[in-house]
Design a protein around this ligand. Structure first.
Ligand code: JFZ
Length: 311
């Protein structure tokens, strides 16, 4: 119903954060033959990185420069009222110390074992009155049980266990699912029934949780809000609340070669036209391999906030 989305519709403007083991490559993978392949959070797939090579690079991931205070301040300065961070992207790498497997920032990295960036972010967000949500990819390139129909139920169990950890440990306000599509990908067999089950499950863990429509098949009946991507629809999506997510440059994850930053004026126009059509705007940052937010991003977010405060 519309009541459960009320805080979120009033907040209007959020920060998306794409951060994971792919960030450690900063968008560039050098193959054995010396050629360089470029992509961001899809780099493992797009550049055909062998699993062991990807695991090897992830073992050196050390985002010691991640500063939750700075991230929350950047959001606050921009006028953003909630944050959605990737807890697990398609590469399956968990950004919190999950007990479900070792493929995570605590157990498979060079990062300080005492730190938990999700906990740090939750603490700073709480202090600033900013809500925290998690992106979670249903699609998983790393878990061998995902791709095989015979073992998919085993994968599903682990996914449910991870979501229980996330909700129990960090009390998120929102879960942003992704990776439910199957058109061009026969190994992804997520069904409407799977979606309905998952939605029921997470809302059973925390009834007030907001969930996007990618939990199921992006029908109006799926989740609490629609998720047009990189576009601002002219019409409401069948009366369903909606949120448009966008990048600041041309990538979600950090790409050191991408200098095509959108201007603060364009971004502000996007925010305003989204808001004028009763939509939410989720604007993305991609921290670098050290976990630092690029200056180009911070400056644009601040310029947007300055404009909002002045007008
Ligand atoms: C997905 C991810 O694959 C991508 O890496 C990023 O996290 C983004 C926010 O979500 O990409 C999509 C999802 C949906 C569409 C396109 C890309 N879509 O509906 O056109």
């Amino acid at each position: 119903t519309s009541d459960r989305t009320e805080w979120w519709r009033q907040d209007r403007f959020g920060m998306f954060i794409h951060f994971g083991a792919y960030s450690n490559l900063e968008g560039e993978y050098t193959r054995q033959d010396g050629t360089v392949c470029q992509d961001a959070e899809w780099i493992m797939r797009q550049c055909d990185i062998p699993k062991d090579a990807y695991e090897k690079q992830a073992a050196t991931f050390d985002p010691s420069g991640f500063d939750a205070k700075k991230v929350v301040k950047a959001a606050k300065d921009a006028g953003q009222r909630y944050i959605v961070i990737t807890s697990k992207h398609h590469d399956g790498y968990a950004m919190w110390p999950t007990k479900v497997n070792k493929w995570n920032l605590r157990d498979h990295s060079s990062f300080d074992k005492r730190r938990d960036i999700m906990r740090e972010l939750k603490k700073e967000a709480d202090k600033a009155g900013i809500k925290l949500g998690f992106y979670y990819s249903i699609w998983d390139w790393h878990d061998p049980d995902f791709a095989d129909p015979a073992t998919f139920p085993k994968y599903k169990k682990r996914m449910y266990a991870q979501l229980k950890e996330l909700v129990g440990e960090y009390d998120p306000a929102l879960l942003w699912f992704d990776g439910e599509w199957d058109a061009e990908n026969p190994t992804n067999r997520w069904s409407p029934k799977d979606g309905a089950e998952l939605e029921r499950y997470v809302k059973g863990l925390k009834p007030s949780l907001l969930v996007n429509n990618r939990v199921g098949k992006r029908r109006v009946a799926d989740g609490d809000f629609g998720t047009p991507e990189q576009e601002i629809p002219g019409q409401p999506v069948d009366g369903q609340p909606w949120e448009s997510c966008m990048t600041l440059n041309g990538h979600w994850g950090f790409a050191r070669y991408d200098h095509e930053w959108k201007s603060a004026a364009e971004l502000t126009r996007n925010l305003l036209s989204t808001a004028s059509r009763s939509g939410n705007y989720l604007l993305n940052i991609g921290p670098d391999k050290k976990g630092r937010v690029p200056d180009e991003s911070v400056r644009r977010l601040r310029a947007m906030g300055d404009w909002l405060r002045a007008n």
